[in-house]
Design a protein around this ligand. Structure first.
Ligand code: GLP
Length: 240
């Protein structure tokens, strides 16, 4: 496990952007699975700047969405799709044919999951995944006690996720189900990167990295990955 610590918000964003850019340069054509959420947004902004500076071609790889709230789509502020379109895919000018994200409004969610799984298989599995950590230790919407053998999972959301999730919806209630790339496909990635920032994430980061891997804390399962990098800021690092 490699730990990288950002000394400021800017440094945290820079470390993450450089990590992603390096992976893309070394693995063109591969598939990236990038988390939505607040934590990596500065990294994506900096990554787009790196593209403008000619340091990376963000269209030389493919993307699969990590997760989505079930029952909402792009037009709902707070959807993972909107967060990622505004925060990354749009500014980076990612070609639509280079990406496949979950449609939370799909009428047949089983079929939607099967299509996303096929997209991952067609691109040789996940090359690199960058994962935020939920306050309950979730990665994507792999909630505590998720089945680690599943490739794609439709989950009823944990109370913690529902409470914390209000921050994406202007304080209003959020959907009660989520769909996500499962632990099986995430663990199969060539490289896994966990990102965490802020004092509020320090206790769950500690559990995820310093206690035995357990399905009770899905992020902790990533300890088992041989190519795990963890990028954190000083506040999140404090509890380690
Ligand atoms: C959210 C999302 C994840 C995200 C995680 C952490 O609920 N489902 O994709 O990585 O929780 O979010 P944040 O970075 O806002 O703390």
């Amino acid at each position: 496990m490699k730990l990288l610590i950002g000394r400021s918000d800017k440094d945290f964003a820079e470390i993450g952007a450089q990590y992603i850019a390096k992976f893309i340069r070394g693995n063109p054509q591969s598939l990236l699975c990038l988390a939505a959420g607040d934590t990596p947004l500065g990294m994506y902004k900096r990554l787009v700047e790196l593209q403008h500076q000619g340091e990376v071609d963000l269209n030389s790889v493919y993307y699969v969405g990590l997760d989505e709230w079930v029952g909402i789509g792009y037009e709902t502020k707070g959807s993972c799709m909107q967060v990622m379109m505004d925060g990354f895919y749009g500014p980076a000018q990612i070609r639509p044919e280079n990406m496949r994200v979950f449609n939370g409004l799909a009428e047949n969610m089983e079929e939607e999951c099967a299509q996303v799984e096929q997209w991952v298989a067609d691109h040789g599995g996940i090359g690199m995944t960058l994962l935020g950590i939920g306050m309950n230790g979730h990665v994507g919407f792999n909630e505590p006690y998720t089945d680690p053998q599943k490739s794609i999972v439709l989950h009823d959301l944990d109370n913690v996720t529902e409470q914390v999730g209000k921050k994406y919806f202007d304080g209003k209630s959020c959907p009660t189900q989520g769909v996500t790339i499962g632990i099986r496909l995430l663990s199969g990635a060539k490289q896994v990167c966990l990102v965490a920032s802020g004092a509020k994430k320090a206790p769950i980061l500690r559990k995820s990295l310093m206690e035995d891997p357990t399905v009770a804390v899905p992020a902790s399962l990533m300890q088992l990955h041989e190519q795990l990098t963890v990028i954190m800021d000083q506040e999140a690092f404090r509890a380690l």
